[in-house]
Design a protein around this ligand. Structure first.
Ligand code: ZN
Length: 451
């Protein structure tokens, strides 16, 4: 059996791994590359394999960098099934439609090409087969896959793949400690090979207990200044968990300053019913809240702005307010408009709560840029910029090492992917220190290994 890394190798986005057995070729994830442009040029290149030869796709979770190129795969001749958890199947369709809207707007503005059409999205949606956690499924002759809860986002999984007498695990993205709503990451089962994410492979987050207090303090501070608190959030990552924290601060602790809080993301708004529908995926805390009659995705100060007109009106609305909007790395979406209007306002605050990939506007602001270019105009950055690592949906180095430790016994090789070169390399070093019998590698783009 061979594995070929067709994305997320020494970078965070574009997850796509080709597994070739004697009987079939399958793809694990088919994500979009993201950087300074919403849809990077690389996405438009041909896949480094023939999509017609792929027998099945198995998906870890519904983030764009894991599912974003699947409608393109269908467009280019893939005619098999896409297997994913039931919630992931619903969220993936929302993600594709949202990406399509952004690509269409970019096409109108900058004449950038579309990656796929609406009918490709419909075809990809029709190919989806929803599976349950902890149920093995033979996706092709000789290849069995089991989805285990990764605790990263709603519906997320790491995949245990059995083929040719070997077990290969694809971590997808591993959740942070005690992420609200979603359950904890399932323990790593015994396996021979592990493909491991390394987004925060070189970093440790603040303690989880501090998370809520840091968030509250920053909102209180921002509200006092009277400006706009902008929070770029992945519509399917932190947004719902942030709502959960805000609901708690508002309805259970009465500590939230009385400012309006806008959920300005059509994608996050459309995802709310999916969260409400799959209560069997909830962790204990979320289940208890629901049983007590608390809708943890709603609280009195929360207002949703679905249309573009409602969103635009926020620009001229005076007084302190908070706006949660995508895209999470500020490389597109409504958050860019808010940034354009408020970055130069000293009373405003930018609260960064998720991973910012190299080349994105969010990364430049995170690294302290004093001016940035938005819509071809120079914008001075005078607002306060703060980041909260503990609010990330990704495990830090300590959690990744501990998670691997539970299943390290039989492991031969670990491939560190889904991290910038320095993060992946640092994690590989730590893995070798902790588990000397395991070979930890950092594969290059299109590198192939015999398993
Ligand atoms: Zn993810």
């Amino acid at each position: 059996m061979q594995i070929k890394f067709c994305g997320a190798a020494r970078e965070v986005t574009g997850s796509c791994h080709l597994l070739t057995t004697r009987q079939a070729k399958i793809l694990v994830d088919g994500g979009m590359f993201q950087g300074s442009n919403f849809s990077e040029g690389k996405n438009h290149d041909d896949f480094p394999f023939d999509p017609k030869e792929i027998k099945a796709v198995v998906v870890t979770h519904a983030h764009l960098d894991h599912v974003g190129r699947l409608p393109k795969l269908v467009r280019q001749g893939f005619s098999g099934r896409i297997y994913l958890t039931k919630a992931t199947a619903e969220l993936a369709v929302l993600i594709w439609q949202d990406a399509f809207q952004i690509m269409k707007e970019n096409q109108e503005k900058y004449a950038t090409p579309l990656l796929y059409s609406e009918s490709d999205i419909a075809a990809a949606a029709a190919a989806c087969v929803g599976v349950d956690y902890e149920q093995s499924k033979e996706v092709c002759p000789g290849i069995e896959v089991c989805w285990h809860d990764a605790g990263h986002i709603f519906g997320s999984a790491f995949l245990e793949i059995q083929a040719e007498g070997k077990t290969v695990i694809f971590s997808g993205d591993i959740g942070n400690e005690n992420v609200p709503i979603v359950r904890d990451t399932v323990q790593l089962p015994p396996s021979d090979y592990l493909v491991l994410e390394s987004t925060y492979g070189d970093r440790l987050h603040e303690s989880v207990d501090q998370r809520q207090k840091i968030l509250l303090d920053l909102i209180v501070e921002g509200a006092k200044k009277g400006g706009t608190i902008m929070m770029p959030a992945f519509s399917l990552e932190r947004t719902q968990e942030i709502l959960y924290e805000l609901n708690f601060l508002s309805e259970h602790q009465n500590k939230l300053p009385p400012i309006p809080i806008y959920l300005d993301s059509p994608l996050a708004i459309s995802a709310l019913p999916v969260y409400r529908r799959y209560q069997e995926y909830y962790d204990e805390g979320a289940r208890e809240l629901v049983l007590s009659g608390d809708d943890f995705l709603d609280f009195p100060q929360l207002k949703v702005t679905r249309t573009r007109e409602e969103s635009k009106k926020l620009n001229n609305q005076p007084g302190a307010k908070m706006i949660i909007a995508g895209a999470g790395m500020m490389n597109g979406g409504r958050i860019v408009h808010h940034a354009f209007h408020h970055l130069s306002d000293p009373a405003s605050t930018l609260l960064i709560v998720g991973y910012q990939a190299e080349g994105t506007l969010g990364r430049r602001l995170y690294e302290g840029a004093k001016t940035v270019k938005i819509f071809n105009e120079e914008v001075l950055v005078h607002c306060t910029v703060k980041a909260i690592g503990a609010l990330s949906a990704h495990a830090d180095q300590a959690k990744l090492l501990a998670w691997v430790g539970k299943g390290a016994g039989r492991l031969k090789q670990i491939f560190c992917v889904h991290g910038e070169a320095h993060a992946a390399t640092e994690l590989a070093h730590r893995l070798r220190d902790h588990y000397p019998s395991v070979e930890a590698l950092v594969p290059e783009y299109l590198e192939e290994f015999e398993l």
